[in-house]
Design a binder for this molecule. Structure first.
Ligand SMILES: *Cc1c(COP(=O)(O)O)cnc(C)c1O
Length: 368
């Protein structure tokens, strides 16, 4: 059939989407994506390659990921009566949960600003996504507004990132408990930054029938292999499992993730170093004139600049070899805001020095 074009064939939701933009980081100090900056120590690489050599890549992977799930349970304090669903990154789990609830009229709720994939995936499925603004002064949860929206919209799913991305803060725990109690549908607590935070809802999953906790190994240090997991009561997990494509976690990923979690000490050492460097970076950033660094419980810091346009600060850093994330385009409470991932001590030092250069070399102030 000639003359066929996407605009006439595809769903309007698809045509309306834009693809997830990833900046090119070639040759730059990469502090834009919340990656752990450290490679594996040599003592781990040898034994890991020995395990990889045994992996049977001519065979399909274990469809259930049984050994990897056991390793997750052993390393992450998942309650015994809670089931796990593995995803190719937690992005895939967001998609599975949303596919499961995508009835006509279904609504998703989340604080705003938050992780963009909740909205992106909801839109792709024709689900309406409502954002409830965080308080402008400190990005805290507006509990009254959240509860009001929950009662009015009766969302099928409420997504709450704990700590939140891109703001980095941990919301008030009691506020989240109140939302879980009030919600007529599911509440997904996205604990992507759990390794860097001092709190978790994992222990609660067994006692709250509408609560799911989602985690990922990406921010811990395994972003390249794509593993996320969803912890929930068996009645939910068994339904979601029907939507998971068979063999979604490949053989090399299963072997690598299991190996890493069984030898967690080296990842924990890296996390501890990042936590110490986070404190130092926050301190240094706070001392830069014209910068306000927000508190963080994640491996990144949100900061606001004044006296120079944030787009110019971002471009200036990039031109001098440092890539961070520009959030200015999102507007609202994120105007003039940028987000930097905690890197190595060297990278953090380069970032702060370069930021100082950029802020001091900007266009001279404009006199009327
Ligand atoms: C990075 C991130 C994710 C996605 O993690 P993947 O497992 O790499 O897909 C999910 N939620 C939040 C809040 C994130 O910041």
């Amino acid at each position: 059939m000639s003359g066929i074009i996407p605009e006439t064939l595809l769903r309007p939701e698809v045509l309306a989407l834009s693809s997830y933009h990833v900046a090119n980081a070639d040759g730059l100090i990469k502090l834009d994506a919340m990656e752990n900056p450290y490679a594996w120590p040599d003592v781990m690489v040898g034994p890991w390659l020995a395990r990889m050599r045994e992996a049977e890549i001519n065979r399909y992977p274990d469809p259930e990921g049984f050994d990897l799930k056991s390793a997750i349970r052993a390393s992450e304090a998942v309650p015994v009566e809670v089931d796990l669903l593995l995803g190719n990154g937690s992005d895939e789990l967001i998609q599975i949960v949303l596919m499961a609830v995508a009835k006509p009229g279904a609504v998703v709720l989340a604080p705003a600003p938050t992780f963009v994939m909740y909205r992106q995936i909801a839109q792709s499925l024709g689900i309406e996504c409502h954002g409830v603004p965080l308080r402008e002064k400190d990005f805290s949860l507006d509990l009254d507004a959240m509860l009001e929206a929950v009662r009015r919209l009766r969302p099928a799913v409420v997504f709450i990132a704990y700590p939140n991305n891109p703001t980095g803060n941990l919301f008030d725990r009691q506020a989240i408990e109140a939302i879980v109690d009030e919600a007529p549908g599911l509440v997904v607590l996205d604990e992507a930054y759990a390794p860097y935070a001092r709190d978790s809802f994992m222990a609660w999953v067994s006692s709250r029938k509408n609560l799911l906790v989602m985690r990922t190994l990406s921010k811990l240090g395994l972003a390249g292999i794509r593993v996320g997991y969803l912890a929930g009561q068996p009645r939910w997990i068994e339904q979601f499992d029907k939507l998971r494509l068979p063999y979604n976690i490949n053989v090399l990923t299963q072997v690598t993730a299991e190996f890493a979690l069984r030898q967690r000490w080296f990842l924990d050492e890296q996390v501890n170093r990042i936590l110490a460097d986070r404190a130092a970076l926050h301190e240094q950033l706070s001392q830069v004139t014209g910068v306000r660094a927000f508190p963080t419980q994640a491996n990144f810091i949100l900061f606001r600049v004044e006296g120079m346009d944030a787009d110019q600060v971002f471009d200036g850093l990039k031109a001098k070899g440092v890539l961070i994330k520009n959030l200015n385009g999102a507007g609202g409470p994120l105007r003039q805001c940028l987000r930097v991932t905690v890197g190595t001590e060297y990278e953090n030092g380069r970032f702060v020095a370069t930021l100082n250069e950029v802020l001091n070399s900007g266009p001279p102030p404009c006199w009327p």
